[in-house]
Design a protein around this ligand. Structure first.
Ligand code: UDP
Length: 348
């Protein structure tokens, strides 16, 4: 489905973040010319392995307009966002500003620059607690936390914009639980305070956190913990390339779930993390985290059929193994840096 021209130019907002950086790498490897626009608030400069980087905020309309005018991309991929469900409950306005208002700024800038294609990072959180599982793309949108609501609003901006303008088309990808790392260990998740389950579990195995908390054991699921559809970040990156190919072929705007169609409980993930690491790290069961739906599993037929998406890493063990290799590398680097700093201070 991909018709890749060597000259196709893509602006990636949030390209220095976890998912964005994997997509930037996949785009460059596929021959695209990429510019990352990122304020580095949670992303890392080191995660941009190729392409250009403009350090900027989506609230900086002048810089955004200038960047788009100068680079003149064929399409924009919009990753830059705040992503923590729990934080969105306690600080909702941050989410509406970063995820909704900034997306509006971006869309306005795209219109001015005459850019007619966008791929948007949406989320399964737009569904809330779905009545039917696996949840299909046409299920009602009933987010139960501000994170999901902030992304739902941007989906609405996109739908209305495309409806009003035949020269604007988009793909919104609703991510389920993205995890894992580049299979060649060049990239992975690198946040100062990670909140996601798999990263927390592996960092607990490394002794970086004293214990892993299991948030809630009284959910209406088989083992009482929440169930999620974990998707490998490299498969998700491929979905973005497939979406670009889809838009390039002239297809209409569309929304796709990105998941594998089956789920694992928090307890399943903890057991797999212990198996992969070989470490029996401490786990404590605590109360529910606010804003968490009990179960999210993607219906994934649409993306396979219409984008031709063919995932390669649909295996919880592979997801954890790639993430574990990455975490061990990060830990080694941090230790080496610490040793270097110590040596330098002793030299003085
Ligand atoms: N979770 C947990 N302990 C943690 C982090 C997450 O029990 O330290 C649970 C969380 O309550 C949810 C699931 O793991 O049920 C997945 O959460 P995560 O933050 O990874 O992703 P989300 O589904 O919120 O996007």
């Amino acid at each position: 489905m991909n018709s890749i021209s060597q000259q196709t130019r893509i602006v990636v907002t949030g390209g220095a973040g976890y998912i964005g950086s994997h997509v930037v790498l996949a785009l460059v490897e596929a021959g695209y010319d990429v510019l990352t626009y990122d304020n580095l608030s949670t992303g890392n400069r080191d995660a941009i392995l190729s392409g250009e980087l403009v350090v900027g905020d989506l609230a900086d309309k002048d810089l955004l307009a200038k960047t788009l005018a100068e680079f003149s991309p064929d399409a924009v991929m919009h990753f830059a966002a705040s992503i923590e469900v729990g934080e969105s409950v306690t600080n909702p306005l941050k989410y509406y500003r970063n995820n909704s208002v900034n997306a509006l700024n971006l869309l306005e800038a795209l219109r001015v620059a005459g850019i007619g294609r966008m791929i948007f990072s949406s989320t399964a959180a737009v569904y809330g607690n779905p009545a039917q599982l696996p949840v299909t793309e046409n299920a009602p949108l009933q987010p139960i936390n501000p994170y999901g609501a902030s992304k739902m609003m941007t989906e609405r901006f996109l739908a209305d914009l495309a409806q009003a303008n035949a020269d604007f088309r988009y793909v919104a990808l609703r991510y389920f639980n993205v995890a894992g790392a580049d299979p060649e260990t060049r990239l992975g998740q690198d946040y100062t305070n990670p909140t996601h389950l798999i990263t927390r579990a592996l960092k607990t195995a490394l002794g970086i956190f004293p214990k892993l908390q299991v948030f809630g054991t009284d959910y209406p699921t088989e083992d009482g913990t929440c169930i999620r559809d974990y998707i490998h970040v490299a498969d998700l990156a491929q979905a973005h390339l497939d979406a670009l190919g889809y838009l390039s072929s002239g297809a209409q705007s569309a929304i796709f779930n990105c998941g594998y169609g089956h789920g694992f409980s928090v307890r399943d993930v903890v057991a797999m993390a212990k198996k992969v690491t070989g470490i029996d790290f401490p786990v404590v069961e605590t109360g529910r985290r606010e804003g968490d739906p009990a179960e999210l599993i993607a219906a994934c037929e649409k993306i396979r059929k219409e984008l031709g998406w063919q995932p390669r890493f649909d295996d919880l063990e592979v997801i954890l193994r790639t993430a574990w290799e990455w975490e061990k590398n990060l830990e080694r680097e941090t230790r080496d840096e610490g040793r270097e700093n110590q040596d330098q201070s002793q030299d003085k």
